[in-house]
Design a protein around this ligand. Structure first.
Ligand SMILES: [Zn+2]
Length: 189
């Protein structure tokens, strides 16, 4: 019998050393600090690209899932931090939509999403997207963000998704710069 193909995307083992799953995250700064710390640790520990994300319940501040870039270790071009966080949140909630139960959820990401992840954000059902470093910061070190422009963000806004940008941009951009300076691979397909 031929084996059915499947794919596994796993977080690195250090995640539980860094993430306090019981903590209630009070505000955007605390939530973004986690996303950026994940991006930083992913670089320091050599477990993927310089990007981190986290998904929370908007009102309670409860952490649902985290994601870090796993493209190279998982041999998976779709394993961006945002997509990993979205897939794990949906698995956690056993739903393909992160608002199906009427609870608003939000995606925090250390860098503005690429074309894939902006689409993934839309399909995920999150109602809020909060970004730190800009797409230009990612482009500045050589990453291609794909076809993302003002109309992409307008589409999200029209779909009822609040987008907040430039939260702790400098701290997140520093991780990108450190990744480049340390010889990190820029892995556009
Ligand atoms: Zn992406």
């Amino acid at each position: 019998m031929t084996a059915v193909q499947q794919v596994t995307i796993a977080l690195p083992e250090w995640i539980n050393e860094v993430v306090d799953w019981q903590k209630t995250y009070a505000d955007d700064d605390e939530k973004m600090a986690l996303a950026i710390e994940l991006s930083k640790q992913n670089v320091l520990r050599g477990t993927g690209g310089p990007f981190g994300s986290a998904i929370f319940d908007c009102s309670s501040g409860k952490l649902i899932s985290v994601g870090v870039n796993r493209v190279m270790p998982m041999h998976n071009s779709a394993a961006h931090g945002e997509m990993v966080a979205i897939m794990l949140a949906e698995q956690q909630l056993q739903s393909f939509s992160l608002n199906a139960d009427g609870v608003k959820r939000e995606l925090f990401t250390s860098c503005e999403p690429c074309a894939m992840c902006l689409g993934g954000t839309l399909w995920s059902g999150v109602k809020r997207l909060v970004c730190a470093a800009t797409a230009d910061d990612a482009r500045a070190i050589g990453f291609d963000e794909g076809p993302v422009d003002a109309s992409s963000y307008q589409y999200l806004a029209d779909a009822g998704i609040e987008v907040v940008r430039l939260v702790q941009r400098e701290a997140a951009a520093k991780v990108l710069g450190d990744y480049l300076n340390d010889g990190g691979t820029i892995y556009n397909g």
